[in-house]
Design a protein around this ligand. Sequence first.
Ligand code: ARG
Length: 576
Amino acid sequence: MACYFRRTIAEQVSRTMGVPSERILPHIHAGSVHRKGESPDFWLFLKSVLDDPLEAAHYQEKAEQLTDKLVSDSVISESGLERGVLTFKVNRPLLVKKVMDKIRQDGTTYGFQSEILSNVPKGLTLVEYSSPNIAKKFHVGHLRSTIIGNFIANLKEAAGNKVLRVNYLGDWGLQFGLLGAGFSKFGCEEKLKSNALQHLFEVYVKVNAAVEKDEETKLSAYEFMRELDSGHPQALSLWTHFRGLSIEEYAKVYKRLGVEFDEYSGESLYRQKSQDVLNLLRSKNILQITNEGVGVVDLTEYEDSPVNATVMRSDGTTLYLTRDIAAAIDRRQKYNFDEMLYVTDKAQQTHFENLFKILNKLGEDKVDRCQHIMFGRIKGMKTRRGEVIFLDDVLDEARARMLQNMAKAGTTKATEDPAETAEKIGVAALIIQDFKGPLQADYSFSWDLALQSTGDTGVFLQYTHARLQSLLTLWSTREDDDFSVSCLQEPSAIATLQHLLRYDEVIYKTLKELQPRYLVAYLLALGHLANVAIHSLQVKGSPPEVAHARLQFFNNIQVVLASGMKLLGITPVNKM
Ligand code: ARG
């Protein structure tokens, strides 16, 4: 629908300029809405259309000539020139009709059916995210990986890809040797059953301390690890037990966040296959053994970071990197993905660069389709219990604080299950705070800022959604989709519809750059426009025809707001 307008504008400009409309089309954009005055609906960056540098140098002149020649028709009601960019205003009743009908028709897929998304490649996308380490802390980096990965998976799915969501657990390594050695001393089956993550972490901390003092525990940890490595049934069964209970526990917390996985994978799956990787590297003459007996791959030919990447310890055991090589090859063979995205913090940048280089040296397919999506650190996220150790702690804290705010505002009574509502709002607050800036940037976390009820927060988005919902309870004739366009001509209605017009472009950009901030900024702006519209376009007391058109309009805003929030990983609330 936005494409319908873009196309019409391109055709008219094409006729006037004598340039094919296909060349003009990509440079027409729906404008963002300004707070003051009415903004143009579309902009044409003429300079980008003119590929002859000589012509481009005179584009201002060209633009002026063109503006003079363009005529109004039944679609384009006005054209003009602003700072060298051509502007277009489309026919008002047509704008209202087209936007309203399209949202009505596409519903939650609005924005994704657009022509501008039709050339976005579709296929199988493997997104690997969250990936915590069993028995170790679930730190805020894992929280970021979880919500960012979930968002990317949602977005890719909405754009028509088949998505495989993989959690690659840190489920192998010396921490299990320590747990195996220490569990008989410090462990308790009861506690393990009631809260595996917490208990394993406690045991892990205690054994670590014990290892410092006595050599015997240390030796038995190594011994247990050796047993695990060689597949000793008793050791393996204890490991399986720990892993299974941990996953059950993780799944519960993920559920609170509204996050799911198709597959719980992990480093343990590749303990054999990483030995095969060493053999493969040997057979291709890529494995070099240093004087100390360490196995490395020479990556010095890469100028960006000429290093030797270690893939084997001197005792013949493999490393994190070796297991990642094995995992990448295995996934390519098993799933034949079209792209694979790894979501981790930027501290692992070199790790993934080395991984991709080694895969390239091995002649692996599709390495250019593998991407490391990295993010910065969150600073200062603390809970009342102190430093964040478990994801549960963060969620509990967000819920508790939100409940307190709701109690203060006297809104707790309005909802059936205040704790659940508080949790959904709290999660929204965390997500928006996290997604506002560029993913790569570090940021300082503040509960107070995140949980503000006005301003650019997740609480504000939830509030707007609930406010629209309460308004919509007045709408009894939902099926009747006919409405009068003349009832939606007020500035606040037009501004909101203009904003809705550019949703496809925002989706496109978000998808291209895999940066949630574009969508976040868009939804926050939609929220502000919606609140202005709710305030100025009364439903109660208006003539039935006007009330009906307005309700339909508010319903459409809510559809787009809710589906955008869901893409971000937020569950919209209906009351708060
Ligand atoms: N478990 C790792 C960590 O906590 C993250 C795993 C990332 N994924 C990967 N394929 N290496 O640091």
